[in-house]
Write a protein that binds this ligand. Structure first.
Ligand SMILES: [Mg+2]
Length: 225
């Protein structure tokens, strides 16, 4: 069995700012601060790391657990609202690729994303991609991407039953974080330049495979064989 773990933002889809607007609204609601999220470079970072950076930026301190819970309490419904009001863009070739891979009995699909779990499912639903996934590793599991990838491995084994051996693990993502943390977690890494990083940027991090996008179905499926 092979396990394929996809990053969400910039890899499967992009919400065209809905995530940023939802986070901005949560910060404004609780702290009266405008554009808190807009000031941060969030690509590839987990939600707890992003939160930490915003707190350092705005308050010069780290956040407390309760503050994160309070923010997420607003962020989640705001995200639902924002994704409902704007168009989520699914990256080239993704629907066809996921449909094809979902039919394979020797492969299972999951997500490995910095989004908290509730946020991840809202984003996947907004792109109509949620039906292809039933588990993953999330920013709510760990602030360290490597650890949430390991969590996804664990859930994959629970999902298919511990008697089935996962022989290869792939991490597919659009940032150096996906590549470096995927490698640290022992995965075969696949970079895709559909997010904020160019092919050249990603090449520096030596992914095992690198694509401009995932639209060439045959070439992409071949690497998972
Ligand atoms: Mg990403």
């Amino acid at each position: 069995m092979k396990l394929l773990l996809f990053d969400i933002d910039g890899t499967l889809l992009q919400t065209n700012g809905a995530g940023t607007r939802a986070a901005n609204r949560a910060f404004e609601k609780i702290y009266g601060i405008k554009e808190a999220m807009t000031k941060i470079d969030a690509a590839g970072k987990t939600d707890p790391i992003i939160l930490k950076e915003i707190f350092l930026n705005e308050f010069n301190r780290d956040y407390a657990h309760e503050e994160a819970q309070e923010l997420y309490k607003y962020y989640v419904p705001f995200l639902e609202e924002e994704t409902g009001m704007s168009q989520t863009t699914v990256m080239p070739g993704i629907p066809r690729l996921l449909e094809t891979l979902s039919l394979r009995e020797d492969m299972i699909l999951g997500v490995a994303t910095g989004n908290i779990e509730q946020g991840a499912w809202i984003k996947l639903r907004s792109g109509g991609l949620d039906s292809h996934f039933s588990f993953g590793g999330f920013g709510s599991d760990s602030h360290i991407r490597e650890h949430l990838i390991l969590k996804a491995y664990e859930r994959a084994s629970d999902h298919i039953g511990n008697s089935i051996d996962i022989k290869k693990r792939f991490v597919i993502g659009d940032t150096p974080y996906d590549i470096n943390h995927g490698r640290a977690a022992g995965a075969i890494t696949v970079g895709v330049a559909t997010g904020g990083y160019s092919r050249v940027d990603l090449e520096e991090h030596n992914p095992d495979y690198l694509f401009d996008d995932l639209s060439d179905l045959d070439s992409v499926v071949r690497i998972f064989e």
